[in-house]
Design a protein around this ligand. Structure first.
Ligand code: MLZ
Length: 462
C-alpha cells in the first residue's frame, strides 16, 4: 500500500483478508456511531443492498447475507450464490447502500438478482421465501441512529481552552474551525495567519478529549493558561468572522468525581506516568502540583527542564498515571531517569534515596473495565503526536485498561499507550463513515527483528 491509497480510499476489506480478519468490534467504542446498536448486528443478518452485478441502467437492489463482520465492515453474499464466495463484497455498514429487508418494497425500489445467478434458479419467489423465513435484518432505525450519533454540540466559532502544543504545561484559548466525525480542528486565538491567510497553529482532538475544556476551566482549577496575544489578528479567517461563543461545561464529557478529602495526591509523591511527549514510554514521575477538581501536574523524573514548562496535567482518574510498581507487575519496561539502569533500579531504593513516598495505590483508576479488545485487532487510531492523523493501527498489547497501539508500517518507536476508552480510537471503517481522511500504512510491515530505513523519530511536541 503506497501513498496512492490515500487518494483512492484505503481498501480495508482486502487488507483485513491479508492480515487475518481481526478488527476491534464497534461495540468496544462507546463514543462512535452505532455503538449501542451493534449488539443487533451479527453474521447471518440479511439485508437489501445495491446490486452491482447487473447491466440495468437504473439502481436495483438484491438481498444479501452478512458472512463476515469486522469493525464497520461486512462481507456480504448475494442470495443465490449459496456456498460460492466468488462474488462476495465488502461493504461498510455505516455508508453503503444497505437497508433492512422490506426497504425496497416500502421505497418502490426493484429487487433484481445478479446476472450470474439469475438463470440457475427458476422460481425466485419461493426460493427467497424459503431463505427469508426466520431471518433477521438490520434495525429499521439504523440510518436514523447513525445520523443522530454524528451530531456535535460544538461548532465553528465556539471558544474552548485546550492544551498549548508549544508548551504542554499550559492551556490556550482556541476557536473551533471544523468538526469531522466529532473531531475538532481548533485554531489558537493568537496562533496567527500566514501571508496568504493560512493558519499557523492548530490542534486536533475529539470533542470528548481530556485535553479540551470549557472557557474558564483553567482559572477554576488553577491550571496555567497562556495570555492571549491581542496584537495577533485572526479576523480574516472564517472561524473568527462570527461573534465567538464561549463553550460551557455542559458541552463536555463529565469526568468521574474524585474525592480530594483526607488522602489525595500530594506534591512530591512518586508514580509511574505515560510521557506526554513519548506516548510509548511509561516513566518514573512525580506529582509536581495539586490543582482543584481532581487534577494534578506531573513531571517526568530526571528530564525536567526545571521551570515547570514540561509538566503535564492529568486527572486523578486518568489511565496515564499508574502506581509505583505497575510496570514491573505487568511486564512493561519502565523508563528510568537518566543515570539509572534496569539491572540495579528498585523503587524501594529510589524512594529512599530521594526521600520521597509513593502515591497510594488506591488513588489510581486502574479498574479493569472489561473492554473486549485483544492484541492483534486492527483499528483506526489517532497519532496523538500529530493528532490530525487518523491511522491504520493494531492493538499490540492490552494491560488492564491500557492498550499499546502500533501504527501499521511504522517503527515500534511510534507505538503509543492509550486508554481503552480513549475517544481518539475508532473501529475499522470509521473514517469512511465520517469522511475523515485515513492514513494508510506507509509500506509493508517491516520484517520482524530488522530495522527498516530511517523514518524520522518525532521530535516536536504533538
Ligand atoms: N512527520 C512525521 C509523521 C509521522 C506520522 C506517523 N503516524 C503513525 C514523520 O514522518 O516522522
Amino acid at each position: 500500500f503506497g501513498q496512492d491509497a490515500t487518494l483512492a480510499g484505503f481498501d480495508w476489506g482486502n487488507y483485513l483478508e491479508k492480515s487475518g480478519l481481526l478488527a476491534a468490534p464497534v461495540s468496544c467504542f462507546r463514543h462512535v456511531p452505532l455503538c449501542a446498536q451493534w449488539d443487533d448486528i451479527y453474521v447471518g443478518l440479511k439485508v437489501e443492498v445495491l446490486n452491482t452485478h447487473t447491466a440495468l441502467p437504473s439502481k436495483v437492489y438484491w438481498i444479501a447475507t452478512v458472512v463476515q463482520l469486522t469493525g464497520y465492515m461486512a462481507l456480504l453474499r448475494y442470495e443465490g450464490f449459496e456456498d460460492d464466495d466468488s462474488h462476495d463484497l465488502w461493504c461498510n455498514l455505516g455508508t453503503a447502500d444497505v437497508h433492512p429487508i422490506g426497504w425496497c418494497a416500502v421505497n418502490s425500489k426493484l429487487l433484481v438478482p445478479p446476472q450470474e445467478v439469475h438463470q440457475h434458479i427458476k422460481d425466485w419467489k419461493s426460493y427467497l421465501m424459503e431463505r427469508l423465513v426466520g431471518a433477521h435484518t438490520l434495525p429499521v432505525d439504523f440510518h436514523v441512529k447513525m445520523a443522530d450519533s454524528l451530531r456535535c454540540p460544538l461548532r465553528q466559532g465556539v471558544r474552548v481552552e485546550v492544551v498549548d502544543r508549544s508548551q504542554v504545561s499550559r492551556t490556550r484559548l482556541a476557536v473551533v474551525d471544523t468538526v469531522i466525525g466529532g473531531r475538532l480542528r481548533l485554531l489558537y486565538e493568537d496562533g496567527g495567519l500566514g501571508p496568504s491567510g493560512e493558519v499557523l497553529s492548530d490542534f486536533w482532538c475529539h470533542m470528548q478529549s481530556p485535553l479540551l475544556h470549557p472557557v474558564g476551566w483553567s482559572e477554576r482549577v488553577g491550571h496555567s493558561i497562556k495570555e492571549t496575544d491581542t496584537s495577533v489578528n485572526m479576523s480574516s479567517h472564517p472561524a473568527f468572522r462570527k461573534v465567538l461563543q464561549n463553550s460551557v461545561p455542559d458541552q463536555f464529557k463529565k469526568l468521574r468525581t474524585v474525592y480530594m478529602g483526607d488522602t489525595f495526591f500530594e506534591e512530591g509523591m512518586k508514580l509511574e506516568a505515560i510521557d506526554p511527549l513519548n506516548l510509548g514510554n511509561i516513566c518514573v514521575a512525580s506529582v509536581r502540583k495539586v490543582l482543584l477538581d481532581g487534577y494534578i501536574m506531573v513531571g517526568i523524573d530526571g528530564v525536567e527542564i526545571g521551570d515547570g514548562s514540561d509538566w503535564f496535567c492529568y486527572h486523578a482518574s486518568s489511565h496515564a498515571i499508574l502506581p509505583v510498581g505497575y510496570c514491573e507487575n505487568n511486564n512493561i519496561p519502565l523508563t528510568l531517569p537518566p543515570g539509572y539502569d534496569h539491572a540495579t533500579f528498585s523503587w524501594t531504593k529510589y524512594l529512599e534515596e530521594t526521600g520521597t513516598v509513593a502515591a497510594p495505590r488506591r488513588l489510581f483508576n486502574t479498574d479493569d473495565v472489561g473492554h473486549g479488545l485483544t492484541s492483534g485487532m486492527k483499528l483506526e487510531a489517532v497519532d496523538l503526536m500529530e493528532p490530525r492523523l487518523v491511522c491504520v493501527a493494531t492493538v499490540r498489547r492490552c494491560v488492564g485498561r491500557l492498550l499499546l497501539l502500533h501504527f501499521d508500517g511504522w517503527e515500534p518507536e511510534f507505538d503509543q499507550w492509550v486508554d481503552c476508552q480513549s475517544p481518539e480510537i475508532y473501529p475499522v471503517g470509521w473514517c469512511e463513515i465520517t469522511s475523515y481522511q485515513l492514513q494508510p500504512p506507509i509500506g509493508p510491515e517491516p520484517p520482524q527483528g530488522q530495522e527498516r530505513l530511517h523514518t524520522s523519530k518525532k521530535a516536536k511536541p504533538f
